[in-house]
Design a protein around this ligand. Sequence first.
Ligand code: NAD
Length: 443
Amino acid sequence: MSQASSPGATATTVGAPALLHPLPSYLQADKLGPWGNYLQQVDRVIPHLGSLARWAETLKRPKRILIVDVPIHMDDGTVAHFEGYRVQHNVSRGPGKGGVRFHQDVTLSEVMALSAWMSIKNAAVNVPYGGAKGGIRVDPKKLSRGELERMTRRYTSEIGIIIGPNKDIPAPDVNTNEQIMAWMMDTYSMNTGSTATGVVTGKPVDLGGSLGRREATGRGVFTVGAEAARHIDLDIATARVAVQGFGNVGGVAGKLFAEAGARIVAVQDHGGTIYREAGLDVPSLLKHVAETGSVAGFAQAEKIDDDKFWEVDCEILIPAALEQQITRDNAGRIKARMIIEGANGPTTPEADDILQERNVLVLPDVIANAGGVTVSYFEWVQDFSSFFWDEAEINARLVRIMKEAFAGVWQVAQDHKVSLRTATFIVACKRILHTRELRGLYP
Ligand code: NAD
């Protein structure tokens, strides 16, 4: 393996994609993971940035990376250590903002990529935030509730030196929820000496959370999906939909599509894949998942092989689980006309190219799943003013922002003859780099 370390050098490694920029010494060119995908996405946008391209290197380097050791007492009397991260990718447009993921496969590369996609997403919908993300390398399903709480609190204390209502505001992501946010808010408040509701979003409504936040990402997925469907003459009321991941994002998106008349024909989660040609009964499936933790074993559907999920006959595919799910191995088999990325980073750049060649419309994560952070922004504003809005107002504002942002991205894609992903990156990177230029370099 060779690694570029001198400024201006280009990282090249046999078998690794050629990158147009130097890598920091803490990265290995052949193990870039999701961060490598993000870098390729940035490289595709640079030719469209005009004079702002001179600042583009700032997008390829997270501003701040914190790696923490999280030791806790386990119920059996032993002490366990977990690896935790908080990455602030860019804060030119405002404080860092992004979720916290608890998953056994979390890596630095993944958290870096997720933090960068948050910078892009926040700029794409024009909320006044930079991008950040956090995570702990742990399978939380193996912890007791007490262990989970102790780990969450210790992690929050460790990253407490860089988060705060005006610095960086965490939120839920995979395997984190309202309860975890409540513990994070309480821990930060205990450490700083006063209740700081604005330090996290996605909190319980009784603790300064916002109505509509839990459903916001799925609602945004549905909103941009419906907008895009009109552009390609796809009738949602008769569409067949396949959803990967039936948690917060996939579950809500599936429910809203079903309510609009679509048939949810296949759902896959960590427990398996289920199929029903006539359409799954979504409310019953949601109840089954709430009771059992997975779609597996749902009686009113047939079980199919996990790999067959990608070839299911459908018009709309919604990846809403993890990243790097649609790859060059399965992109050629996908039948859908439209893919709505509920998850962050579900499609690799090679798969993107295959899908574009096959005329499959991809609504990229950086716009399609921005509904969550949009309502997180509303939550933060409500916390600061201690004045809370009703749900109808929140949903109406969310839908308006998503529709306007999507219309802008669609227009840029037409004007520049690029994919919606590159178009979203053009809009967002211009906004980020414009503020970079206006602020200038300190000192
Ligand atoms: P969640 O924990 O509520 O649900 C995750 C789902 O993915 C579960 O159904 C789980 O079973 C499934 N899953 C996990 N591993 C899988 C595998 N190997 N194969 C198939 N399915 C698998 O998480 P979520 O909040 O719904 O997040 C899902 C995705 O959406 C993530 O990429 C997240 O970053 C992204 N996202 C979430 C939000 C939000 O507000 N929650 C906002 C923007 C983006």
